[in-house]
Design a binder for this molecule. Structure first.
Ligand code: BYC
Length: 473
């Protein structure tokens, strides 16, 4: 498998597409449909060149090239990490056997389902972010938005390649359907809840790239463990690109908190809305919302689906190789906290294999806490007495054991009246959303930035902040 990518081909790839004429023709048939979808559902701001990163190799060093690109001319392609010829199945009932280069018949439906769910999220996020370019706080941020969008488009290509190459007619039909469902559509919505929510402002975008892209990191991390080697290699390379998306989220929220802290100090008041800043309690409410809809993406805490995927070797755990157990989990147990109708919590012991969604979610929650610590450090350094907190995992949940219960951010189970009375303190209200949207005005001048966010510490690829990241005229 070549590390280098063939850019002479109509579809750039490192999978020797030219060696399989049928597959090549099928994917070349899907390409104009993708371009049509991009034109209709992709970024609405027209540009004349964006300083973008394009993958040129899948090796460790120097894998990306940066240059101004006319966005519709971006070379979306199919890039898999290098194959390890000795790779063995690391978990489940087939542990120790060689990984699969083809889809075993008995796992076909499950693998296809996992790939379709993964694939569905990628174009969904582009659709959610469609209008953000019209209100970017700086050219630097505008460039990052386009970078995230083109790479989500490429991640769709990654899943479509697998569907076309390994799942025959049904796979091709699913690939078509990925372009027909749309985020928020009443008739044909995206599969997972969070991908039908609006990303209507840039604070929501930073929270989305912090919390929801981070779910992507963890789900891709488990699919990278898959015994189906092409899926594993695809996800490994996607994770490389994904890191920048989370960087956009982490530093984006950093910069909002930084700017709010500056305004609080300058005016000696937490009430900075009239000075064009985003009050810290609104930031906390956004955090509460984006974190909890992202927790829903992990599915139910107890899941026979997840147990079956694990036993079959389709989807592993986060960093499976580093786990110090038998990698089969047939005898292991784990505790689960459950809300009860009488308003108390109970803890029960269950087979660990039934709690794999919870296991992954716990890894994710610990990672999310690192961002909160960063943001609190910014406030502490500015001498501001305010602490951001991740809400309790039972708060605001639609999926799993907490759905149907009312749990406050501190983990108290309350009745509906108390929940309704407190909701406006915990989640963004219409007024909060309207206020944040009122701050969103485009700043397209080189080196300038909107008043509600601090500039980044560094530019992209060694370029300064005032670099012309996007040509607009
Ligand atoms: N919304 O056993 P359960 C990313 C369904 S993000 C709606 O609890 P399971 C990205 C479930 O389908 C990562 N429905 O769940 C980020 C099942 O339905 P059926 C995306 C939901 O199967 C930012 C039923 O409820 N990748 O990449 O263990 C930008 C009971 O299921 C939801 C993946 O998710 C929900 N939230 O786990 C761009 C990886 N949750 O079968 C990109 C692939 C559950 O009864 N997917 N349901 O009809 C999976 O691994 C699993 O399907 C899930 C659910 C983790 C999603």
């Amino acid at each position: 498998m070549p590390e280098k990518i063939d850019y002479d081909a109509k579809i750039p790839n490192n999978v020797d597409l030219a060696g399989d004429r049928r597959l090549q023709r099928a994917l070349e048939g899907w390409q104009p449909k993708f371009m049509h979808w991009w034109g209709e559902m992709g970024p609405s701001l027209e540009t004349h060149g964006v300083y973008l990163r394009t993958a040129v190799s899948v090796g460790r060093e120097g894998w990306a090239h940066f240059d101004h690109v006319n966005v519709p001319d971006y070379r979306w392609g199919i890039f898999l990490a290098e194959r390890d010829p000795d790779r063995q199945i690391a978990f489940g009932e087939h542990k120790g056997e060689p990984v699969w280069q083809q889809v075993p018949g008995e796992y076909r439906a499950d693998l296809q389902r996992l790939i379709v769910i993964q694939g569905d999220t990628e174009p969904a996020s582009v659709e959610q972010q469609k209008l953000l370019g019209l209100t970017a706080p700086s050219l630097y941020d505008l460039r990052n938005l386009f970078q995230v969008n083109v790479e989500e488009g490429r991640h769709l290509w990654a899943m479509v390649y697998l569907l076309h190459a390994y799942f025959g007619r049904e796979g091709r039909d699913e690939a078509e359907a990925l372009l027909l469902r749309n985020s928020g559509s009443p008739d044909a919505p995206r599969i997972l809840g969070a991908f039908n929510e609006e990303t209507a402002d840039w604070l929501a975008f930073f929270m989305f790239t912090y919390f929801t892209d981070r779910d992507g990191k963890y789900q891709l991390g488990t699919l990278k463990e898959s015994s189906f080697d092409p899926l594993s290699r695809t996800c490994e390379f996607m994770l490389k690109e994904e890191a920048h998306h989370m960087f956009v989220g982490t530093t984006g929220v950093d910069r909002v908190v930084q700017r709010s802290a500056e305004l609080i100090r300058e005016h000696d008041s937490f009430d900075i809305a009239s000075h064009g800043g985003i009050p810290l309690d609104i930031i906390q409410k956004y955090l509460n919302f984006h974190y909890t809809v992202s927790l829903d993406l992990f599915g139910s805490e107890t899941s026979t689906n997840a147990a079956n995927y694990y036993t079959a070797g389709l989807k592993g755990r986060w960093q499976e190789a580093r786990r110090k157990d038998d990698h089969k989990l047939t005898d292991d147990a784990r505790r689960l906290e459950r809300p009860r109708d009488d308003g108390t919590w109970t803890s029960e012991e269950l087979q660990a294999i039934l709690l794999l969604n919870l296991d992954l979610r716990s890894e994710y929650m610990a990672d999310c806490q690192t961002g909160v610590n960063r943001w609190n450090k910014i406030l502490a350094e500015a001498g501001i007495d305010f602490v951001f907190r991740l809400p309790h995992p039972g708060f605001n949940r639609e999926v799993g054991i907490n759905s149907g219960h009312h749990v406050t951010p501190d983990g108290t189970i309350v009745d509906e009246r108390t929940w309704l009375a407190g909701k406006s303190k915990w989640l963004p209200t219409t007024e909060d959303l309207t206020f944040v949207r009122s701050l969103m005005h485009p700043v397209y001048e080189r080196g300038k930035i909107a008043g509600w966010v601090a500039p980044p510490r560094q530019g992209i690829n060694g370029k300064p902040f005032d670099y012309e990241y996007v040509y607009l005229t």
